[in-house]
Design a protein around this ligand. Sequence first.
Ligand code: NAD
Ligand code: DAU
Length: 343
Amino acid sequence: MKKILITGGAGFIGSHVIRLFVNKYPHYEIYNLDKLTYAGNLENLQDIENKPNYHFIKADIVEGEKMLALFKEHQFDGVIHLAAESHVDRSIENPMEFIYTNVVGTVNLLNAARAIWKEPDGKRFYHISTDEVYGSLGETGAFQETTPYDPHSPYSAAKASSDHFVRAYHDTFKIPTIISNCSNNYGPNQFPEKLIPLFIHNIKNKIALPVYGQGVNVRDWLYVEDHAAAIDLIFHQGKTGETYNIGGNNEWKNIDLIKKLIEIMDNKLGRAAGESLELITYVTDRAGHDLRYAIDATKLKTELGWEPKIKFTEGFDKTVDWYLANELWLQRIVSGEYRKTIC
Ligand code: NAD
Ligand code: DAU
């Protein structure tokens, strides 16, 4: 029997990873450890919450003693660590929360693993990270696993720091770690502070669309279930001590993505073609805004055979449909009602 600790499982990506593991591995015991910050929402997991192999632990990874006690109590065989403060704009407003959760929280989990895993054979500490640690690209090129770290936002600086600690614990204490760095995810259950769900909500409700700067920044978008599938593969087949880049090979300039979204939504909402273009509002740029991210995921493809399965046209359409069909989910977040389900 394998006991797997997944942190941040009530968040966007975490909820998709939890669902995949709970359904695909009924012989594993899956423990979702989540503080349920503003970004954690147990409504994301309603379809699997009663499965016998799913367990929820409400806890804060910043509490080191508590992490140690949980490792002692449950004797986890593996960790998939997703819990983090994840939003760049919030990190500009309040960097400290990002240092506590992303850096201190990660080191607390590493310390707990170090204390409890006397025989690290067969154990795995898998840290989920971001392509933002590599910094910003110009018009050409792509991040490789060997690209030097060059984070610019407090969020990416904190994630970069946590990556360094994970590698340091591997090298110094022989903790069997592994890291992946992924590009921008999109799909159901993403908190509507991020570009795509925020703009879906605003277009639907005819609210202005705040485009930072000139909208020329480029992001590489990956459907969240493709990321979850990569995490499953890397957790089971990745090499200890290694890093894997994960990307969608799907670059979009923000303004082009926004115009595509408007085209799809005007059509689905029965509006005249281009009607919602008037909602586009150029606003002051994000401070330190990285121009372009692009991922070279060759290593993951050649070593483990992973490729994104969901084509962007299909994933984007599915995503819009999900938010339109789950208006209540979105409204409960926007109104704050979802917080009332927190135990
Ligand atoms: P999210 O903000 O949607 O979810 C984060 C989850 O972590 C929430 O459930 C929250 O309650 C929990 N959490 C936060 N602080 C905690 C703490 N101190 N203790 C316990 N739980 C805590 O984030 P996401 O977008 O799902 O990202 C998940 C992970 O993937 C993060 O580590 C992020 O850096 C990484 N990542 C995200 C993306 C992306 O596009 N969203 C891309 C690459 C990597
Ligand atoms: O690259 C991976 C990262 O992608 C993850 O590590 C982060 O956790 C995740 O939040 C995401 O970061 P971004 O900053 O790229 O995502 P966001 O959705 O906030 O913004 C996407 C782009 O859209 C970015 O260039 C900023 C721009 N933007 C965003 C918002 C919210 C706008 O122009 N207007 C907006 O209102």
